[in-house]
Design a protein around this ligand. Sequence first.
Ligand SMILES: NC(=O)c1ccc[n+]([C@@H]2O[C@H](COP(=O)([O-])OP(=O)(O)OC[C@H]3O[C@@H](n4cnc5c(N)ncnc54)[C@H](OP(=O)(O)O)[C@@H]3O)[C@@H](O)[C@H]2O)c1
Length: 344
Amino acid sequence: MGYKVAVVGATGNVGREMLDILAERAFPADEVVALASRRSQGQDVSFGDKILKVKALDTYDFSDTDICLMSAGGEASKEWSPRIGSQGCVVIDNSSAFRYDSDVPLIVPEVNADAITGFTKKNIIANPNCSTAQLVVALKPLHEAATIKRVVVSTYQSVSGAGKDAMDELFNQTRSVFTAGEVKVEKFSKRIAFNVIPHIDVFMEDGYTKEEWKMVAETKKMLDPKIKLTATAVRVPVFIGHSESVNVEFERPLSPEQATEILRAAPGVLVVDKREPGGYITPHEAAGEDATYISRIREDATVENGLAFWCVSDNLRKGAALNAVQIAEVLINRKLLNKAKQAA
Ligand SMILES: NC(=O)c1ccc[n+]([C@@H]2O[C@H](COP(=O)([O-])OP(=O)(O)OC[C@H]3O[C@@H](n4cnc5c(N)ncnc54)[C@H](OP(=O)(O)O)[C@@H]3O)[C@@H](O)[C@H]2O)c1
């Protein structure tokens, strides 16, 4: 038997990617429904070789839908996810609205798939922030091998992480720079074309941004609350693909060679690490791919048991849509969907 799947936010960056990934992976769906706001009602979106007509979220009845892949932002999720869950449809939510709720599992299947069983409390499962998802895929096997004490991470995050309007802003600003037109700053706080901005999401009292705080809170929730992590999140003029410079301090020694071997065997990871020009992965190559790529693995000799590496992934895929579809696959493979109906 196939399932009925709704994609909310189907006209957005993540929603479109979700439809592509459901089709690519031949997800066992009998029916896929594309939903967005009333603004997009009747619009066409592609799903494999089919075209779906977008329906409005606020008039859709979820009672016979099994899985809802939600990527319509935090406010829409806060309003809709609990209602959808109460109808027995499991919501896999891409926003940050429920990630820190102790009754909602936060899942990256390669990292903590077993934690999924807690979803029946609300019939909601949270997908992590894009920059955290790729980071924990890389950290998990290293943590198992040598126990991580502290992580220092600096991110280089593409504009697609801020939605489709942000991609348009980079495109339009870049064109304006070349044509000597007016460079309009709307979505970002400063010009993003030919620039980098050390500010993603709102500022918090301690001087960190919410994006940086999310990486701390989500790594602790999914991997280990004892891990100390400090992050600097930076927006860069790249369309797709987040990069991260990561320094890790372990409790026990772990050589670059051992780390390479462990990462090569880890699920979801591809190591590309030749110590020569071009022997590493950049976001340009990671865009459209599923893997979390690791390059530049080396000793960080400034601490005892330290390693440094470079980590790149497609933020719309592993950082959002792919991870959500993988969570749906875990629900199906572990035969957990009937529990959602019982819990409703
Ligand atoms: N981009 C990433 O790398 C990434 C990674 C992880 C998580 N996320 C999260 O995923 C979510 C979507 O991100 P995105 O990049 O896809 O944004 P986006 O490109 O701006 O798309 C937003 C989508 O949400 C829909 N939407 C907005 N308000 C709605 C409402 N009230 N009811 C129904 N649909 C509504 C929009 O529909 P209309 O076209 O009709 O307005 C559109 O389909 C956000 O919560 C974001 O934080 C994004």
